[in-house]
Design a binder for this molecule. Structure first.
Ligand SMILES: [Zn+2]
Length: 310
């Protein structure tokens, strides 16, 4: 069966057929923020065992088996040091987008440094993939009210969409009152971009994180399925995010705090099973393939530049 034919197959359940969005942040296990907090520095990255390529290969096989497509937000460092990973993803027909260069949270960068990371990572990724790069995700969802200047920088650099805001309350990131689905984000300088937040569930007057990483690994799969169905009922695409290292329970243990280690490793051995279940029950596409619907449905505009907020 051709890839195209697989993608047009109807979903396996009674869903309304709204395609959801599947994304992967393509970085090594030693590049996560928790490892940086534990003392692992970018200067040391080259000395660690690289484990990304086989994980990405496995993900590409799973996507192909289920006729799904995805967007891969690739770290510039990975593009520079593991070019074959980018080639492999592009060759399989999936969208490549940027995850910055060195995985620094935006609060630790100046607007000028951020602009350079956007241009450098895009240049590398476009060179290798041969396709335009129009999307960005900040490391650790680090666009907040404090770093809203990044929206202006993204718009000015010509990016078409961003997926860096988690509309929840969290100790390190989050904009709890931001819209839960795709919307127009406006920066303090008036720059505008399409913003696509990860899947959340609204309950007890709060937004609860559901759509990826440690949350998705921790929650029972029926809960994630329920959140996706709820999104469908309101005609919205739910956005799921995962990392290739989350399909690698045998990765080395790095120095980090006990809480960070637990967050990083909880249920790693079940990620693949959950991903398969979601792809069995729902139709998933990458962002660019859904761009028309996302843009049409993005009726809300939200200003991130309001001073004095978290
Ligand atoms: Zn990341």
């Amino acid at each position: 069966m051709t890839r195209q034919a697989k993608q047009s197959a109807p979903p396996a359940d009674d869903s309304t057929g709204v395609p959801h969005i599947l994304t992967f942040d393509v970085e090594e296990y030693f590049q996560v923020e928790a490892a940086a907090d534990g003392g692992t520095r970018p200067e040391q990255w080259d000395s660690f065992e690289k484990r990304l390529a086989p994980c990405v290969e496995r993900i590409l096989r799973l996507l192909s088996d289920h006729g799904a497509s995805a967007t891969f937000f690739v770290l510039g460092w990975v593009a520079r040091h593991e070019r074959d990973v980018v080639r492999m993803i592009a060759k399989a027909g999936h969208e490549i987008a940027s995850h910055g260069m060195y995985h620094g949270m935006l609060g630790n960068l100046t607007p000028e440094q951020f602009r350079c990371e956007l241009l450098d990572s895009r240049g590398l990724l476009e060179d290798i993939s041969g396709n335009p790069v129009v999307g960005f995700r900040a490391p650790t969802f680090s666009i907040t009210h404090k770093t809203a200047w990044a929206i202006d920088v993204l718009a000015e650099a010509g990016y078409k969409y961003d997926s860096s805001v988690f509309p929840i309350r969290h100790d390190r990131y989050g904009v709890p009152d931001a819209p839960r689905f795709a919307h127009r984000a406006v920066g303090p300088g008036g720059g505008e971009i399409l913003e696509i937040p990860p899947l959340t569930l609204r309950a007890m007057g709060m937004n609860w994180p559901v759509g990826g990483g440690g949350y998705l690994r921790l929650l029972p799969v029926w809960f994630v399925v329920k959140a996706l169905k709820k999104a469908e009922k309101s005609k919205h695409a739910g956005m799921i995010y995962l990392h290739p290292w989350e399909l690698d329970p045998d990765q080395p243990v790095l120095p980090m705090s006990r809480l960070a280690r637990w967050r990083h490793r909880v249920n790693l051995e079940r990620t693949e099973q959950k991903l398969q279940r979601m792809m069995r029950d729902f139709k998933f596409l990458g962002v660019s393939q859904s761009m028309h619907t996302l843009t049409t449905n993005a009726k809300q505009t939200y200003s991130y530049g309001s001073p004095g907020q978290s």
